[in-house]
Design a protein around this ligand. Structure first.
Ligand SMILES: [Zn+2]
Ligand SMILES: [Zn+2]
Length: 425
């Protein structure tokens, strides 16, 4: 397990107790042997491996007998695949599940494990997302994108000899997910400055360390070689996943850049898009970082921010043409108790120090040019057009305006959009 993570669990200056359900998180060339020992220690006799057609070949690397259940190569975490895997679980009666694959295989396994009350182990085959060790399942249920609370893996075992040979696009997507933490962490700080929201400095430091180690690896990629590079990506992803568990929610790992990705996946501004999670986050990150630096350089309009009116911002008549059948859900998310007073926007308190504090926080957010350079070197897409979305400035502007509605979470993007809407309803 990572040292800094263990330190945070022992004691944290923020006063909260940070706990993990994941007991081990291994990234090593003998990951499969360590998994075998772990299973023996637990006394499990009958593991069932969930894989897809592309990742099934890695099952033979496991040095112990297993049963298998395989989904289609393009299977998403849907009610249909969860039901099929549920049938396999009923037939095979395993005492532990092993997710052998990337994001979707993990989400299917996580969901079924939670539903059946079974422990599950993570065996990631690509460094593509930070969700392997997280406790949230991202599902497409009857066509709607939903996140279900579920269990994190009790242990995760990743071998560079497996994930370093995944398609380059998957690793680049993982880099996008990690670099997205630049704006996630900035937004968390904005929440603290504007609303007094709880923020744990140790978790910020942990995520920052993970980003910095990855940025260094991007710089040394040619010198250290692909296997070491992919290992750095996986380490950063696993630390980010653990930070989500330690925090109890995704605040350290998801801000306005993730809201852009979620909005595009809701298919309300766009038909479909073929971007992977981390690719969408990369495109969102660049657009959001540009917006933030521009807004702070121009100077924030604190009169407008002070005049934010949640009633106007959450106006059903204005939201319904965009969110259509999802409008009720969007309003429920933004106004948890049904009244405007429950919006995070009502907690904004401006002081004489607000502007200085925001500019201080901005110093930790690299310039848009620096972020673009990192993403380019990592090989991620940079523009909506590159992930199959409309490439017009109007589409991007609309995305920036509506993405903050995806979650009640306070971000600078939400403040900017709310100030505009309150001034020009
Ligand atoms: Zn803490
Ligand atoms: Zn993510």
């Amino acid at each position: 397990m990572f040292e800094h993570v263990l330190k945070i669990m022992q004691s944290c200056p923020c006063g909260r107790r940070h706990t993990l359900l994941t007991e081990e998180c291994v990234v090593a060339p003998d990951a499969e042997e360590q998994m075998k020992e772990y299973i023996a220690r637990k006394g499990w006799q009958n593991p069932l491996v969930i894989a897809d057609e592309n990742t099934e070949k890695f099952i033979s690397r496991l040095p112990f007998p297993v049963k298998r259940a395989v989904v289609d190569g393009h299977a998403h975490a849907t009610e249909i695949w969860c039901a099929k895997i549920g049938e396999a679980v009923s037939a095979e009666r395993p005492d532990v599940l092993i997710a052998c694959g990337s994001g979707s295989v993990h989400d299917i396994t996580r969901y079924v494990a939670h539903e059946r009350g079974l422990p599950f182990l993570s065996y990631p085959t690509a460094a593509s997302v930070d969700g392997f060790v997280s406790g949230v399942a991202a599902m497409t249920w009857h066509g709607q994108k939903l996140t279900f609370p579920s269990s994190p893996p009790i242990a995760s075992f990743a071998n560079p000899a497996v994930f370093a040979f995944a398609p380059a696009r998957l690793t680049a997507s993982g880099v996008g997910d990690v670099l997205g933490k630049y704006t996630s962490l900035f937004d968390w700080r904005v929440g603290q400055i504007l609303t007094g929201e709880y923020l744990c400095e140790e978790l910020v430091a942990l995520e920052t360390e993970a980003i910095e180690a990855l940025v260094e690896a991007i710089g040394n990629r040619a010198a250290i070689g692909e296997e070491a590079y992919c290992t750095k990506v996986m380490n950063a992803l696993q630390i980010s996943g653990l930070a989500i568990q330690l925090s109890g929610n995704s605040r350290p790992a998801s801000g306005a850049e993730h809201h852009m990705s979620h909005l595009w996946e809701m298919h309300r501004l766009n038909e479909t898009n073929d971007g992977l999670h981390g690719e969408q986050v990369a495109v969102g990150l660049l657009a959001v970082a540009r917006t933030y630096h521009r807004a702070l350089a121009d100077g924030l309009d604190y009169e407008k921010i002070a005049a934010i009116d949640p009633v106007r911002v959450m106006d059903r008549a204005a939201l319904a043409p965009v969110f259509r059948d999802l409008t009720d859900g969007i309003l429920r998310e933004n106004l948890p108790d049904g009244t405007p007073s429950s919006s995070s926007l009502t907690r904004i308190r401006l002081t004489a120090d607000t502007d200085r504090a925001l500019h201080e926080a901005e110093k930790l957010l690299p310039s848009a040019e620096a972020i673009e350079d990192l993403l380019r070197r990592a090989g991620t897409p940079l523009t909506p057009g590159e992930i199959g979305l409309d490439d017009s400035p109007a589409f991007l502007a609309k995305s920036l305006r509506y993405a903050p509605y995806v979650r009640d979470r306070l971000t600078l993007l939400k403040v900017l959009a709310a100030a505009e809407r309150s001034a020009n309803p």
